[in-house]
Design a protein around this ligand. Structure first.
Ligand SMILES: [Zn+2]
Ligand SMILES: [Zn+2]
Length: 455
């Protein structure tokens, strides 16, 4: 008998962690932190107690809600291997280092992080590897971000499939997700992030954002695109590359996005990104989409005083597009662009991702126009500058996750009659669950719930 315990991402998004065990073996899938606006991050509850006794850890992908607490396992005495794909390791190294700058050693230290990196073993898709005696794993391309994987466990003959985060739509860099076409999968542990959303077809947000940029330009405005550094950022770069190649639009890229671009560059091979984007680059004699001549990285090579340069590009009357972190407007160079650019009615703030409640991004999407920039241009009292947003604000429906109909189609196509839904609010899981016939059992666990799976 195998027991599955859901430690996190139960009826919520954030702090993913699932333990699979029998009497001899304990394997943890993912171990993330939940990021909360203006509050400290929180780990999966109860995970500290089991860290030392694990026999293996497998990471689906680098996003912080899946990877952020892994160095803590090492701090608590976990000495075994941590399995992931090659890009996931490189991205984690950047994200973990960045996290130390933001939150310090609240959960783990720099030393813990380096120890963790030593314990990592990297793997390709579609090739099984050993985790423990009698247990092997295979990564399937999840189509979500660079290196993202779903995990198929062969547990002493029993098959367990964990989707991690998946995208059923092909995006510019990645094909749609893959899943095992096998008989008798004992249980599927699936994300249901978009269980309440049927998104328009994939081309719609691409066309909409491009249209909005042209409209803004017609009114002599500049488009500011706050974006996530990893995945969404590169996706938008590819959309802009396709549209604005050879044009007089200049695309300025800034913040953490630049570091992630370099990792995308080092894995720009047919194995890790789609053939389509490789061919497009080959046709245009460039290595990666963001190498086009009108794509400009905002680094020290471009100006000694970056902030003065930022002010210039967001206020000059030229066809400029600014692509910068942070994606939810919570900090980063984005605040410099907002300070100088958001107060002009001709400009556009094009929101390109989901905005968590409590973030500045969410508040302006909901109509708030007076915001406080809290880590940029502090006034004498040490508070951030208050600004009134006069630029237009529009949100575009991009998503890195399987949308409702496609998710249901995929889950039905997998040969299993047991499903556990994680990484979603309860209503989203219920909305997917009600499409299943009675022969299938499905659960929406709360944190700490366990399930026994008989052979
Ligand atoms: Zn993710
Ligand atoms: Zn996630």
């Amino acid at each position: 008998m195998v027991k599955i315990t859901v430690y996190g991402a139960a009826k919520e998004i954030g702090r993913s962690a699932v333990l699979i065990e029998d009497k001899d073996t304990r394997i943890l899938l993912d171990c993330g932190l939940k990021i909360r606006p203006k509050q400290p991050t929180i780990p999966p509850e109860g995970i500290d107690e089991i860290a030392k006794d694990l026999h293996g850890v497998i990471l689906s992908h680098a996003h912080f809600d899946h990877s952020g607490y892994i160095p803590k396992l090492v701090r608590l005495g976990y000495k075994g291997t941590i399995h992931m794909t090659h890009p996931t390791k490189d991205i984690c190294a950047v994200l973990w280092r960045d996290h130390l700058k933001i939150e310090g050693d609240r959960h783990w230290t720099e030393d813990n992080m380096y120890d963790t990196l030593y314990q990592i073993s990297t793997h390709y898709y579609d090739r099984s590897f050993k985790i423990a005696d009698g247990v092997t794993a295979t990564f399937f391309d999840a189509g979500h971000i660079l290196g993202s994987a779903s995990i198929l466990l062969n547990w002493k003959g029993q098959l367990i499939f964990y989707t991690g985060d998946i995208n059923t739509f092909a995006t510019p860099y990645h094909d749609s997700n893959k899943y095992p076409q096998l008989e008798d999968i004992s249980v599927v542990i699936s994300e249901a992030t978009n269980g309440l959303r049927d998104l328009p077809n994939r081309e719609k947000p691409n066309l909409a954002i491009v249209d909005a940029i042209y409209n803004t330009r017609r009114n002599s405005g500049i488009t500011i695109i706050p974006t996530f550094a990893l995945g969404r950022g590169q996706e938008i770069e590819a959309i802009l590359a396709r549209e604005f190649i050879g044009s007089n639009f200049k695309i300025y890229m800034d913040g953490m996005l630049l570091k992630m671009n370099q990792i995308y560059r080092s894995y720009f091979t047919e194995y890790w990104v789609s053939k389509k984007i490789m061919n497009w680059c080959k046709d245009h004699r460039i290595e990666v989409p963001f190498d086009l001549r009108n794509f400009i990285p905002m680094n020290r090579n471009i100006a000694d005083n970056l902030d003065t340069f930022r002010k210039m590009i967001v206020t000059e009357k030229k066809p400029n597009i600014i692509l910068s972190t942070s994606g939810m407007l919570e900090g980063g160079p984005m605040h410099s662009y907002l300070l100088h650019g958001a107060t002009k009615p001709e400009n556009l703030i094009a929101i390109s991702g989901y905005q968590v409640e409590g973030t500045i991004g969410r508040s302006i999407v909901d109509g708030e126009r007076n915001i406080q920039l809290f880590n940029w241009s502090r006034n004498r009292k040490g508070q951030g500058t208050k600004i009134e947003i006069k630029a237009k604000v529009r949100q575009f429906q991009f998503s890195g996750h399987a949308q409702r109909n496609e998710l249901i189609k995929m889950l039905k196509a997998i040969n299993s009659d047991k499903y556990i839904f994680v990484h979603c609010v309860e209503e989203a899981a219920q909305s997917v669950q009600k499409e299943f016939d009675r022969k299938k059992t499905s659960y929406i666990p709360k944190a700490g719930d366990s399930f026994n799976i008989e052979n």
